[in-house]
Design a binder for this molecule. Structure first.
Ligand SMILES: Nc1ncnc2c1ncn2[C@@H]1O[C@H](COP(=O)(O)OP(=O)(O)OP(=O)(O)O)[C@@H](O)[C@H]1O
Ligand SMILES: [Mg+2]
Length: 265
């Protein structure tokens, strides 16, 4: 009966509609539509070269899409300047961490807060980061380049937090890390989400970790979303178990196909 629009809190924080991005002639993502809701962790699962990193780079403005649109907190941010997108409350933790190796841990963290003017808030967030990752507090004056891979991943996540974002894009945090360290980092990512209400879009090859940590999931193959559901449902699907969770021994290589999503487009 009501003609009122849904309240702001029910609208997705992030909304991609038919986004296509390419590198020259190579189409990396081919009409991706997805939504991330406030305070949830959403994940995009996909194997090597599926287009996960390209999706995140397109959202944060590093790559301009050929087609489609991206909305963040109800505003169109398609192909906007990356620095402005950060200011609007969207932080990107890139694949391979990319910390500043010759700056101290502390200075790396402060770089994440460079657009902020609320000194008290920055000081509070610095303390919060050291509580989540005590090792960063211990190493605060050390050059970031001397940290281990896992510690650099912690620093990259923390640097994103220092911008006090509404949404964090997290590109394959498990890359190159031991299962134990990956588990630790995922646990803290979930804590950050629960305690601070930070919305997270995580892309991963590690389906097991990602499905356990996230609320809602998308499966990406060859640049297309081929399946989406709650992670609780995805974990129970046979083809997910077979191809992504490795629970079946002989998945035939080359037959890694998903049934197309029915409501595709
Ligand atoms: N700079 C680039 N120039 C040309 N092609 C690229 C470039 N970056 C990515 N591609 C291609 O675009 C496609 C998607 O790549 P993308 O990096 O988004 O995949 P991904 O899912 O993040 O993979 P991975 O799990 O290995 O990180 C791949 O076919 C890749 O080869
Ligand atoms: Mg990638």
């Amino acid at each position: 009966m009501s003609t009122m629009p849904p309240p702001i809190s029910d609208q997705p924080v992030l909304k991609l509609l038919n986004v296509e991005s390419a590198y020259g002639p190579i189409k990396a993502i081919r009409g991706v539509s997805l939504q991330v809701h406030r305070s949830e962790i959403a994940t995009v699962l996909g194997s090597n070269g599926a287009g996960k990193t390209t999706i995140l780079k397109t959202i944060s403005g590093i790559i301009d899409p050929r087609k489609g649109s991206i909305e963040f907190k109800g505003e169109d941010i398609t192909a906007q300047d990356p620095a402005r997108i950060v200011q609007q409350g969207l932080s990107h933790v890139p694949e391979g961490r990319e910390v500043f190796p010759l700056l101290s841990v502390r200075d790396n963290l402060l770089m994440g807060a460079y657009t902020r003017t609320d000194r008290d808030g920055v000081a509070r967030d610095l303390e919060a980061v050291y509580r989540y990752f005590p090792i960063l507090g211990e190493r605060t004056h050390q050059d970031a380049g001397l940290l281990s891979g896992g510690q650099q991943q912690m620093l990259a996540i923390s640097r994103a937090l220092m911008a006090n974002p509404d949404l964090i894009l997290l590109d394959e945090p498990s890359l190159g890390l031991s299962p134990k360290l990956t588990k630790e980092i995922f646990e803290i990512v979930v804590r950050i989400n629960r305690e601070r209400g930070t919305t997270i879009l995580l892309v991963e090859q590690n389906a097991n970790m990602a499905l356990n940590a996230s609320d809602y999931g998308y499966v990406l193959e060859n640049g297309r979303i081929v399946m989406e559901d709650t992670c609780a449902h995805l974990r129970e699907k046979d083809d997910i178990k077979e191809f992504y969770l490795g629970m079946k021994e002989h998945g035939v290589r080359g037959e890694r196909r998903w049934k197309k999503k029915k409501n595709w487009r």
